[in-house]
Design a protein around this ligand. Sequence first.
Ligand code: CAO
Length: 471
Amino acid sequence: MSAAESLVEVRVPDLGNFKDVAVIDVLVKVGESIEPETPLITLETEKATMDVPSSAGGVIEKLHVAKGSTVSSGDLVATVRAVSGSGAVSALSQRGTPAERAEVPAPAPPAPAVIAAPAVGTAAAPAPAVTAAPAVGAAAAPAPAMTAAPPPLLGPPAGLPPIDEPGFSRAHAGPSVRKFARELGVDLTRVKGSGLKGRITHEDVKAFVKGVLTVLPGEPAGGGALPAVPAVDFAAFGPIEIRPLSRIQRIAGPRLHASWVNIPHVTQFDDADITDLEALRVKLKDAAAAQGIKLTPLAFIVRACVKALRAFPTFNASLDAAGANLVLKKYIHIGFAADTPNGLMVPVLREADRKDIYEIARQLGELSAAARNGKLPGAQMQGGSFTISSLGGIGGTAFTPIINAPEVAILGVSRSAYKPLYRQGAFVPRLMLPLSLSYDHRVIDGAAAARFTTFLAETLADPHSLVEAVP
Ligand code: CAO
């Protein structure tokens, strides 16, 4: 080596709390001439990328890391044959040979501020600046601040799949392209690179997003914006069996999902005192049975709902397609959830307001039997204006039913039970029926919902008004 030449060791700068950081790219080759500050390698943690620049100009003598390896603070990146006086050696690299530098410790470089990458959707909390000096004898590369990858600014565009983190780390792209992709929520593993040796460019990322945003006619707009649940190979954990969803489940599933994601649901709970109602039902049910009618609490609940819907017409309505007007229905067709061997079905009891509890009970029986036998015509599942889901025959204390969109409310009914009620200075046992009313908060306010359930509970508590004849 000539007197004017020196070997400079370029090391990984202080990375703060980061250890075993992935080397996702090696940007130079042995024998290549470089300037001071030439990026040598690209590092990436789960949420941030940074280039490690050379502290010296000269020729790459040796590379000590490879793409795909990992490094920590102070690890040797490259040995650079630096030529002093050529203008290619930076101030930091002019510290002599490693042996010389061992005698004259280098001053610590300015402390890099290592910013913890924020969790997506949360504010970034800056980590304290790390001031550890590099190992004596090592020419530290100027420590660049690790670029925190910001959370996606816009959220992933519709149809963008979630980022495959390991794949993203391996993608052939520079730090600024990675940062750009992070901002847009683009998974780089899906982007084809048009740059040198397939390197992904900004333009490639833009073109990818453009392609995704071009919604084809008939495709749902925005529906794909939901993050996907990761696919799991369950067989890797034990024996499994594959059972296809029933036809009804395949039809009902997307409808339930659409309601769940499109409607802001709130559920209002209340208990109705049905002690007197049950006493009356027990008195009437044998006579009803003699006519082939099973008089369950549900018939009374349907009748009480009819009265409540008359008193509160906004619960018997739908938003129009534009979401600008409420369509108030003058008919009261009540759908009720029926548990069938093939899955959930919702037969509709038409003109419930024109039927007494016996007729309601009779139709409930017929419609649910038809649903269970797979003999319910499609037309008898349409046109509902309000739905009741009764799990009272099974059990439970409360639940949060999903609105049968485009209706605006659904009543969930759970199993009645005796509870101590404090009345006139003493606890008395009363049969209480749990009510769970889910409603569309765009249309119905909480106060209106509480008034509705209060009205319903009061109506159920006074059964005689429920059994009167309906003209
Ligand atoms: N509390 C206590 N007991 C109740 C009750 C309640 N809230 N509701 C019904 N019961 C009793 C009935 O009186 C009947 O008892 P008897 O046989 O001793 O008279 C028993 O429970 C069974 O009733 P049923 O289920 O046969 O009749 P129903 O009128 O209450 O319900 C139907 C009809 C079709 C709604 C019901 O059979 C059903 O399928 N329920 C499930 C609904 C469902 O799946 N909802 C969830 C939808 S979301 O997935």
